[in-house]
Design a protein around this ligand. Structure first.
Ligand code: SF4
Length: 340
């Protein structure tokens, strides 16, 4: 298997099964993630016998950066996986550090009406090493360190639950990349049974829900997942999560001109989130040629925000990254596919 896809707990189990002291797992993690060893021979703390055993079972294969687009505060990388599939990763430069937006699937089946990626159907789930390598290879090709990770790229993370949880375990491991759990956020379109599973697991990484509508009528039009899990169920699961984790939930809300951005929609949203420990992230829409949606005007966004603020709903307007850089998720991959 690929070395970048195994959690330290599984590596310990692997060593135990081969009669090797499990503490070696820590040396491997320190070697590959802290010292960035590119092969077993570069890990000085492992003895030759352990290396010989591991040599038979693990590869260090990386993913290939095909295209890099660099902007002032955003960089996009198109990667090719070992089976030829292509995925995108986006690095966003914040004043508090660098955030990486990781893809979790090749394509996506959720079919959100406003999303470029949703036009390219899911080909397969990404494996943990393919997500870890988005981070390691992006750091390598961009020469930037990643301090924050959002699972918000192409794909529905909770449609690939076990693999994304393994990925989160690997990147937050204190002997490896050691990214703080509060610096990692998984964003779902609202797969309710998986939100409940996430809550039961007691994971300390952050949860965000892509809400994008204040009522079922609009949400059914924008996000087919809502027909399976309507807002009443979604908000009940959201409430359970905040009560159980005592963490603040992020609700993402893309503002679409004339669709979900009226004063009445803002008031509906206030009622919907009442009593839920959350903050609403208002996102100006990134228009793409292929879809018919328009971004709300600056005045409309400000008016929507004011209504939330007056109702004491915690809210922010997201800083815009790379509007001129094919920044909407999926745009780079879609263009590359057009080229053939
Ligand atoms: S917004 Fe996310 S979940 Fe929806 S279609 Fe796009 S990639 Fe999939």
């Amino acid at each position: 298997m690929n070395i970048y896809g195994i959690t330290r707990a599984d590596l310990e189990a692997y060593f135990i099964s081969r009669g090797i002291n499990k503490t070696k797992a820590r040396f491997v993690f320190e070697g590959i993630y802290k010292e960035r060893a590119a092969s077993l021979s570069e890990i000085a703390s492992l003895n030759p016998k352990v290396k010989a055993v591991m040599e038979r079972d693990f590869t260090f294969e990386k993913i290939k950066a095909l295209e890099i687009l660099k902007g002032e505060d955003v960089c996009k990388v198109l990667f090719e996986l070992s089976d030829g599939n292509k995925i995108e990763t986006v690095l966003m430069k914040h004043d508090y550090g660098n955030g990486l937006c990781v893809s979790t699937q090749v394509g996506c089946n959720m079919g959100c009406a406003f999303c470029e990626s949703g036009r390219l159907k899911k080909v397969r789930d990404l494996l943990p090493h393919e997500m870890v390598l988005q981070l390691l290879c992006a750091e390598e090709v961009l020469g930037e360190r990643v301090s924050h990770v959002v699972l918000m790229g192409i794909g529905e993370p909770f449609d690939n639950y076990d693999n994304i949880m393994a990925f989160a375990d690997i990147i937050t491991d204190c002997f490896g990349l050691d990214i703080g759990t509060t610096h990692v956020t998984v964003s779902t379109g609202g797969v309710v049974p998986k939100i409940r599973q996430f809550t039961e697991r007691g994971s300390r990484i952050n949860l965000a829900i892509s809400l994008h509508a204040p009522n079922d009528e609009i949400r059914n039009r924008l996000m087919p997942v809502n027909r399976a899990y309507p807002l009443s169920e979604l908000m009940a699961a959201a409430r359970e999560y905040t009560l159980s984790s005592n963490k603040k939930l992020t609700l993402e809300y893309i503002l679409l001109d004339g669709i979900n951005d009226s004063d009445e929609n803002a008031r509906e949203l206030c009622r919907l989130v009442e009593g839920i420990k959350c903050y609403v992230n208002l996102i100006p829409y990134n228009e793409t040629e292929n879809l018919g949606f328009k971004r709300s005007s600056r005045q409309r966004i400000a008016a929507f925000y004011d209504i939330l603020k007056k109702a004491k709903v915690s809210a922010t307007i997201r800083h815009e990254f790379g509007g001129n850089l094919k920044a909407a998720c999926g745009q780079l991959r879609a263009e590359n596919m057009k080229k053939g």
